[in-house]
Design a protein around this ligand. Structure first.
Ligand SMILES: [Zn+2]
Ligand SMILES: [Zn+2]
Ligand SMILES: [Zn+2]
Length: 271
């Protein structure tokens, strides 16, 4: 891959249960279409040799094996729900050889909750052992990782404040049912959008399919993919019903896009 382009890989496109849902015999859970098999929601940004995760989903191990990922340079956290966080232990694979700590980015409250939930990782004096080497880096506005400019986009997921992330012309907005006006301003001019479109019926903390389509139209993205999908969504059937420019995400989908300005385009990014 050249340093001139970035790729966002959808590692997981499923809602918190994963699809198939344990014990469910519905047509989508029994579907033979591989796009209806959805692991928990996370994504991977790749550029040059660099690899940045968005969330550490419950299925992270399977996702990283599938995509043959051999390094992680940073993690961007959206929020602390288990489906987005509980693969955190699988980051051990990348720090066992004594490399420097992997930086975790997110809001101050998300990161302090992660520290609280996993004290054995962040306070190893308590329990030395087989832990990932991680450091927390709270962010509230534009920051850079591996010379790549990233903008946190505050969203509402029910009452919970979560982050989406904008990287140049692409925004990744999972787990939300409201985009505040100030965040719409942060999304101005994006071309590519990945957004929560959970299911057909309304939900208290997620956009459903029609709300996600309406939000994409308001944001004005040229190409949109809906993610965090439940077993109400039959990939082949429901994708046909979406307006032009809107598709359903699926595990393994790769979205290639141009870097945000000159930061990434110039020079060798390898360390
Ligand atoms: Zn979720
Ligand atoms: Zn089902
Ligand atoms: Zn959530």
């Amino acid at each position: 891959m050249s340093a001139e382009s970035l790729t966002l890989t959808i590692l997981g496109s499923g809602t918190s249960t994963g699809i198939p849902v344990i014990g469910c015999n519905c047509p989508v859970c029994c579907s033979a279409d591989p796009r209806d098999r959805r692991t928990r929601c996370s994504a991977l940004l790749s550029f040059g040799q660099k690899r940045i995760l968005i969330d550490t989903a419950t299925d992270l191990r399977q996702q990283l094996l599938r995509e043959k990922v051999t390094r992680i340079d940073a993690v961007l956290y959206t929020h602390i729900h288990a489906d987005h966080l509980h693969g955190i232990d699988d980051l051990r694979a990348f720090t066992l050889r004594g490399e420097t700590a992997i930086p975790l980015y997110g809001s101050a409250s998300t990161l302090s909750s992660i520290r609280h939930n996993f004290p054995y990782i962040f306070d190893p004096a308590d329990e030395p052992g087989y832990i990932p080497l991680l450091k927390t880096c709270p962010v509230a506005e534009r920051f850079e990782v591996c010379d790549l400019a990233i903008i946190p986009v505050p969203l509402l997921h029910g009452k919970m404040k979560v982050y989406g992330y904008r990287i140049g012309p692409l925004a990744y907005l999972t787990d939300c049912n409201q985009v505040p006006k100030s965040s719409l301003d942060l999304l101005r001019g994006i071309e590519y959008l990945v957004i929560d479109g959970l299911r057909l019926t309304p939900h208290q903390t997620h956009f459903n399919l029609s709300q996600a389509v309406a939000m994409a139209q308001l944001i004005g993205s040229r190409k949109t993919w809906l993610t965090h999908l439940s077993h109400e969504i039959d990939h082949a059937r429901h994708e046909r019903e979406l307006p032009p420019g809107v598709s359903l995400a699926y595990d393994g989908l790769k979205i290639e896009f141009a870097p945000p300005g000159p930061q990434v385009a110039a020079g060798d990014r390898t360390r």
